[in-house]
Design a protein around this ligand. Structure first.
Ligand code: 8YV
Length: 323
């Protein structure tokens, strides 16, 4: 009916957000598996908004099953799990949570640069294993201050990373879909050209089909045996098989990864390597930032239900979908 304000949760969300969605909006969670079809036949027509995250998203099939869907509200800046092209065709609005997580993701990228180049967590394992009194010094590492840094994707997060590493005296270059007018940093024409000229390549590009394997074998070979890779974007942006192979062959110096192609699964070969730092997609995971992401998610939801508009739209809802 046209009076319904039904909100559907798709995939797991921050527990406090799930609680608010359930208590304040009466939102139910879309069941997985066999229970889904009967749930949809009962509730599909009532659903006006989906709240989801970069972990799950909404595919074209689910959109087609929700005829009254007006908006897909994401907890997170990345929305590559949602079929945005199909949403645009159907006039369904899509929102994300930009800006509020930029600092924490950039902080994490800098942390991974420091950790991979200086070998902190590997040295921590060395101390914990009781090897210091027996073996003495750990091997020398690589200097971060003054290093040549390449940033792939000079958007909000890439720019915040550049700003931080600029304060480390790093020489910064970048590659982006389009050259950024007025940027103080050197523009490289391609990811491979960028990789060939830097000590560390930091991936900060959006995920999705347009950037799939943008960091391919050729880019990784250009980075070379003295080069480090850091990824705080999406695992899909990097050819992970090539990464593993080149690391195993000593043709890359190391890698710092917060994201993986098949996360939460991490390739077994990487687990064995001492020159890689492996994080469980934690970049935005601080109390402050997750609270801000939650607030912005609810602001998008509330605003859509009240006005038919989104606060931070990726796609604005079409008039017919705003009712
Ligand atoms: C979130 C992220 O943890 O914002 C993003 O795109 O990847 C992370 O901040 C994730 O989206 C939540 O599932």
């Amino acid at each position: 009916s046209s009076t319904t304000n039904s909100v559907l949760r798709v995939g797991p969300l921050k527990p406090s957000l799930e609680e608010t969605l359930t208590a304040t909006y009466g939102a139910e969670r879309l069941p997985d598996g066999a229970a889904r079809a009967s749930f949809l036949s009962e509730h599909a027509r009532d659903v006006r908004v989906v709240v989801t995250s970069g972990r799950t998203g909404v595919d074209a099939e689910l959109m087609d099953q929700l005829p009254g869907l007006g908006a897909i509200v994401h907890f997170g800046v990345g929305y590559d799990t949602t079929d945005v092209d199909r949403a645009t065709e159907l006039g369904i609005g899509v929102s994300n949570t930009p800006d509020v997580l930029t600092d924490c993701v950039a902080d994490t990228a800098v942390g991974l640069v420091l950790d991979t180049m200086r070998g902190f967590t590997a040295a921590d394992r060395f101390v914990r294993a009781g090897r210091w009194p027996v073996e003495g010094n750990v091997p020398l590492t690589r200097k971060v201050s003054g290093a040549a840094v390449g940033i792939l994707g000079l958007g909000r997060i890439g720019s915040a990373i550049a700003h931080r590493l600029n304060a480390f005296g790093c020489r910064i270059a970048y590659h982006n879909r389009r050259e950024v007018a007025g940027s103080p940093y050197r523009y490289a024409e391609s990811p491979a050209e960028l990789a060939a000229t830097v000590d560390v390549l930091i991936v900060a590009a959006a995920g999705g089909s347009a950037t799939r394997h943008l960091v391919d074998r050729d880019v990784l070979e250009s980075l070379g045996p003295n080069g480090f890779l850091v990824n705080v974007a999406r695992g899909s942006v990097v050819d992970e098989d090539a990464l593993v192979e080149l690391l195993a062959a000593g043709r890359l110096a190391g890698a710092g990864l917060d994201v993986f192609a098949g996360e939460p699964q991490v390739p077994a070969e990487l687990i064995e390597m001492d020159n890689v730092v492996l994080l469980p997609h934690l970049a935005s995971g601080t109390v402050e930032t997750r609270a801000a992401m939650e607030a912005l998610t609810l602001e998008n939801l509330d605003t859509f239900l009240r006005t038919g508009d989104l606060v931070t739209p990726v796609v604005s809802p079409a008039p017919a979908r705003r009712r």
